[in-house]
Design a protein around this ligand. Sequence first.
Ligand code: F6P
Length: 325
Amino acid sequence: MTKNKRIAVITPGGDAPGMNAAIRAVVRASLDEKIETLGVRRGYAGLLENDIIALGARSVSGIIHRGGTILKSSRCPEIKKESAIIRAAGILKSRGVGALVVIGGDGSIRAASRISSASLGAVGAVCLPASIDNDIFGTDETIGYDTALDTAVDAVDKIRDTAVSFERIFVVEVMGREHGYLALDTALATGAEFVIVPEIKIPVTRISVEIKKEKSRGKTSVIVIFAEGAGNAHNFARELSRLSGYEVRVSSLGYIQRGGAPSGRTRILAATFAERAVKLVAAGRLNRLVALKDGAICDIPLSKSLAREKPVDRRLYRLVGSLGR
Ligand code: F6P
């Protein structure tokens, strides 16, 4: 058996809808290539404990529509240490794994790349970007993003009902870690009046002035989409209320954005990413990130993705401003 004939699939870090669809597709596409798949349970914490199981076609039956991850996940701060990376590489080598297939976000991808280096190429990495944050450089979309966006949009539409009925101002906090992609798209899709993202600083005084202007022009309700990475939504709302004189309510969408059945688009992305990932393994082309670029599936070196920050789309930011007035 050559080294890439056994892979291990892992879903570390924050879960995203579509991870199960991706696990299923990786396992089944691998069978077609005569590649054996192992599953690492509980992310990197499980890997460090050698918590690894065999996965076959039947172990991934009936999961395409389920949120979360059947492999389970964890946050594993230990994996940042060099000693843990070396240990993880050793465990994978001892299990005869030639490639670690990561379905996860940037921190998980970085760890996989380090494991590959520590193994001196004995264990390569192939990564499928999966995160509700959509913050991975090199791909236009991550597995789970479309679903999380739909969840956030649905929630904001509901909040709008109360905002309109009570003529209220709402600050709606959405996830996204240090980035504002989910916030920006949610704002655009819900017709929010304002969006606050970490990448673009805007003083609360300016929002207050703008709101007063809009109110005097006849706008009764206002929704401000607030990315969690932009600061404390409650402090922002308090300050906005003090400056504007209006009552301001905060609604934090929280973990509902991470869960639920994946959308059709998310499932298709999971399947097509997985197919490309397995083809890369079969061809021995490792240490690559599968990505979506301008509607096409492609792959780029992990090092290229990890070296850059994905920029926020300023054109969309301006569009929220102009359409929300
Ligand atoms: O990366 C996904 C995400 O949900 C972020 O949007 C959020 O900042 C973070 O994970 C929350 O992490 P935890 O699950 O550790 O609370």
